[in-house]
Ligand binder design. Structure first.
Ligand code: OAD
Length: 259
């Protein structure tokens, strides 16, 4: 349980910080109905082997199986909405332009759909496609030759989802910008990540070494708890409105959620 004093202290840090970075993970979208990866029973990796479903080797071995899983995830994301946590971050950015940067491991686009503009997507975009054998070049699903997975009509190349898989590098420009945001922030909020995947998790250590306060928001222990100045036990949709919104706005958001 968090004491009111702990939350009050974090609210004060937020009020003082001229630049805030927010590192989000799958737990950020859990209350929208998007499964996490490592939660026991409900997480994707409780059902699937990540090497089968999230690596180039897995895709080449069984392209149809992997493509179909991503098609299922795309449909799932299209059917859900940003939650009160996404909204609180987007509204804070709108009230305080230039003060908050979201760095996300999520590929679901929910931060952007909530209205956040300053979003660095470390692990790509679930809804984007790219060629299997020409990384970074995009082709459009609509133009692709049907199949599972489809092929590019131009080169015949297999189409793969535009996400970062295990064993692949993060986009260099995005990682650079994320590291800069972590190093220049006075406060880093780490929301809904197990902190098990690097280089994303390394941003918390980087921020702390550069002098930022680090705050964890997670209902369960994470691997980054020991790097934090404060650990708030609770969910993203509960705590972010309480921390980031003026009191009246927080009530409105929670009521909108219930409707
Ligand atoms: P994980 O599934 O590893 O961790 C989810 C975290 O969210 C856990 O610490 C949960 O306790 C927490 N959580 C669950 N519900 C929550 C809620 N409502 N509010 C806040 N926190 C909640 O997900 P990530 O840490 O994001 O990579 O995983 C990192 C990367 O590993 C993913 O980007 C993905 C995966 O393999 C790739 O696909 C490249």
């Amino acid at each position: 349980m968090n004491t009111p004093q702990e939350k009050q202290a974090v609210r004060a840090w937020i009020a003082q910080a001229t630049h805030i970075a927010v590192l989000t993970g799958a737990g950020m979208s859990a209350e929208s109905g998007v499964p996490t990866f490592r939660d026991a029973q409900t997480g994707y990796w409780a059902q699937f082997n990540p090497q089968d479903m999230a690596s180039e080797r897995g895709f080449r071995a069984a392209p149809a199986r992997v493509w179909d899983w991503y098609a299922h995830r795309r449909a799932g994301v299209a059917a859900v909405q940003p939650n009160a946590g996404h909204q609180a971050l987007a509204q804070f950015e709108q009230r305080h332009p230039g003060r908050l940067t979201v760095v996300t491991q999520n590929v679901d686009g929910l931060h952007q759909r909530a209205g956040s503009r300053s979003v660095l997507c470390l692990h790509g975009d679930l809804l984007a496609d790219r060629w299997l054998d020409a990384p970074r070049a995009c082709c459009r699903l609509g133009a692709a030759i049907p199949g599972s997975p489809p092929r590019c009509p131009g080169c015949g190349n297999l189409v793969r989802p535009g996400v970062v898989w295990f064993g692949e590098n993060l986009p260099v420009d995005v990682l650079d910008a994320a590291q800069q945001a972590a190093q220049s922030a006075e406060l880093l909020l780490v929301v809904g990540t197990a902190g098990a995947v690097y280089p994303a998790a390394g941003l918390a250590h980087l921020a702390r070494q550069a002098g930022a306060r680090v705050v964890i928001i997670n209902p369960a222990p994470s691997e980054l708890d020991s790097a934090a100045h404060a650990v708030l036990r609770g969910t993203a949709a509960q705590l972010l409105p309480q921390l980031l919104c003026p009191p009246g706005v927080e009530r409105v958001n929670r009521e909108t959620e219930r409707v």
